[in-house]
Design a binder for this molecule. Structure first.
Ligand code: SF4
Length: 331
């Protein structure tokens, strides 16, 4: 599968993300890791993860996807955004690839199996920029019965989201703001494209959860949070979980305070007011249970990513029998 095509005047167009960079020979696109090497675009981070960990799936965060299981998680270097508050900026904002050890797709899958993981998570930096590598790992993982989860800023090309159908099982997609100017200037993205992509993920039946990092003064007004919650409820569905997570000063954004519990509580109430069934406060030391949307029974307990207890009967509330949205182990 090729994720580039010829473009006029000896350029190639990368079709991995919505930047659709038109790249001259010898140059890389905006992400810094996809390079025109003459007859093709080479993904320079293919085979070279920058960090690998075994994480609880809850840490992605995915709360309605195989709860209590482990995700073999990795990222590379590079990113197609330049968010000033990036919490992984040491890998996302560098372009220096450590090529000292090659990790083939087969090796990555074997490591996941050896570590008792039920899924592979493409995460830490933006995985769209290394989709050719992620895709090969994901196809190998499928053969071995593992699931695949994509943790993304939502700026994929539509070609990539279509290709993910049947390959990626779940996605956590950031919706960082509802302000088009802020997305463009501060982050290097495009709000409209991200909203379209969110709908595309859901339409392609990839289990989708949405995350908003709530940043004091940047995106935490009632109006903006309300716009985000309203979009999720009206365009994606009230069963799509919304994670509202706390910011801490990092990278170039060190002059703002941490998100207060009061702000997260306010965001939570806004989400509930819009009819969202599942709203979760994250990055705070608090329990974050899943409640049955019908009878409010606790169906999954969590304690800051650990000690997940699942009371579901298959995928149903044990008390009233209501189906809980998500992907659950039916045993
Ligand atoms: S992945 Fe996106 S940013 Fe990187 S070269 Fe391709 S189109 Fe450009």
């Amino acid at each position: 599968m090729k994720f580039y095509k010829p473009y006029k005047k000896e350029r190639l167009m990368c079709i991995l993300c919505q930047h659709y960079c038109k790249i001259k020979e010898g140059q890389t696109g905006i992400c810094g890791v996809n390079k025109n090497v003459g007859d093709k675009i080479e993904c320079l981070v293919y085979g070279y993860p920058s960090s690998i960990n075994v994480d609880p799936i809850e840490k992605k965060p995915l709360y309605h996807f195989l709860p209590g299981t482990k995700a073999f998680s990795f990222g590379t270097v590079g990113c197609n955004f330049h968010c000033p508050f990036c919490q992984n900026w040491t890998i996302s904002q560098t372009r220096e690839v450590d090529t000292s050890r090659y990790f083939s797709p087969e090796l990555m899958v074997q490591m996941a199996i050896d570590n008792d993981c039920q899924s592979i998570a493409y995460t830490y930096n933006e995985p769209t920029i290394f989709y050719p590598y992620a895709r090969d790992i994901a196809l190998e993982a499928k053969k071995k019965g593992l699931k695949n989860v994509f943790v993304t800023n939502g700026f994929e090309s539509s070609e990539v989201i279509d290709d993910m159908k049947g390959i990626m099982d779940a996605a956590n997609v950031d919706l960082k703001s509802f302000d088009a100017k802020y997305y463009k200037k501060e982050l290097g993205g495009d709000l409209e494209k991200i909203l379209e992509n969110l709908k595309h993920f859901v339409a392609n039946k990839i289990w989708t959860e949405v995350t908003t990092l709530v940043i004091p003064t940047q995106n935490d007004s009632d109006e903006e949070l309300s716009n985000i919650a309203g979009f999720i409820a009206n365009e994606l569905g009230t069963d799509v979980p919304w994670h509202i997570t706390a910011f801490h000063p990092d990278y170039k954004t060190r002059d703002l305070p941490c998100t207060s519990i009061e702000s997260l509580d306010r965001a939570y109430e806004i989400g509930k007011k819009h009819g969202l069934h599942y709203v979760y406060k994250g990055n705070v030391a608090q329990e974050s249970p899943t409640l049955c949307p019908n009878c409010a029974e606790v169906v999954i307990e969590r304690d800051y990513f650990r000690n997940t207890k699942n009371y579901l009967k298959g995928s149903h509330c044990p008390k009233c029998g209501t189906a809980i949205a998500g992907v659950f182990d039916e045993q």
